[in-house]
Design a protein around this ligand. Structure first.
Ligand SMILES: [Zn+2]
Length: 295
């Protein structure tokens, strides 16, 4: 009797072990966009974790001990690349834990951006859905190699999602035609929208220095310079990111005689439960905001 119950316990524990410890492979992604792309491909077959949370800035992020612990559990790490992860923090996390790393921009045709050290590849490539499709193919290759048993499922999901990215691209083209050609100028404080502007015929105009200065610490001279630049550009609206000081931007817009067109998602997506919590949702909300502000 005792032996039989021990045997039952033993069999039960053998059966439960894979459930308790999880058979799922683990992906650790640097940014919220890459985590979304990865989830679209692996579904519930993997656990997908993300170092950055909604609204966090990848350029200035400094990894914590918990991030290293998270990466220690990873079967595969995924990053954007082209120095979006400032100081190569995702590369370091992967290297320090001896984990394979997928760099999603591999194969994207880069735009050049000015940096302190000269011209660099602009890392914000996901703002063109055709580039997002390249990210998805790189992720598909990485997860399929790590988990060949599920590769067929990954391919099926990726095929559906690539179709959705194509539909998103066509939808954006149909939306932006509502804006007269001369008004397709996107003034933002951050230089994140280069790929979007190039793809959809916008001129990108960020008043120089907005990315490198604390907006709250701008002196009166500097502020006047920004106001004059916005007047010269002659757009009806300028756009801001949720992370910025809204009051300061409102004052600059008022002085320049333009409207605040609304908040745009840039380097991070929206919080869970918001319209911008996925890549497609983020792009959709940005385009609706831009069209409403400029048409
Ligand atoms: Zn950025």
């Amino acid at each position: 009797m005792r032996f039989r119950s021990l045997l039952v316990l033993l069999l039960l524990s053998l059966w439960l072990t894979p459930l308790a410890y999880g058979q799922h492979k683990v992906a650790v992604c640097s940014t919220t966009q890459i985590a979304d792309f990865t989830r679209q491909i692996v579904g519930d077959d993997w656990e997908v974790l993300c170092v950055l949370g909604p609204g966090q800035d990848p350029h200035s992020y400094e990894p914590r001990i918990e991030d290293s612990e998270m990466v220690a559990r990873a079967d595969l790490c995924l990053q954007n690349g082209w120095h979006l992860e400032g100081g190569e923090w995702m590369q370091d996390l992967a290297d320090n834990n001896s984990k394979p790393l997928v760099t999603c921009v591999t194969g994207v045709v880069p735009l050049q951006a000015a940096d302190k050290e000269g011209l660099v590849n602009d890392p914000h490539a996901w703002f063109a859905p055709a580039n997002a499709a390249i990210y998805v193919r790189n992720i598909l290759a990485g997860v399929s190699k790590t988990d060949p048993e599920n590769a067929h499922m990954f391919q099926q999901r990726a095929a559906l999602y690539l179709g959705q990215l194509n539909a998103l691209d066509l939808w954006i083209k149909n939306q932006v035609v509502q804006i007269p050609a001369g008004r397709r100028v996107l003034v933002t404080h951050h230089d994140a929208f280069g790929y979007f502007c190039t793809t959809y015929g916008f001129e990108a105009a960020s008043p120089a220095g907005w990315t490198t200065e604390e907006i709250g610490g701008i002196g009166l001279d500097r502020r006047q310079e920004i106001v004059e630049k916005i007047r010269d550009i002659g757009v009806p609206s300028i756009f801001v990111e949720t992370s910025l000081d809204q009051r300061m931007i409102s004052e600059i817009a008022r002085d320049a005689g333009v409207e605040i067109g609304g908040n745009l998602y840039s380097d991070a997506m929206g919080a869970e439960g918001t319209a911008g919590e996925t890549y497609i949702g983020m792009m959709r909300e940005n385009v609706l905001t831009i069209v409403a502000g400029l048409k």
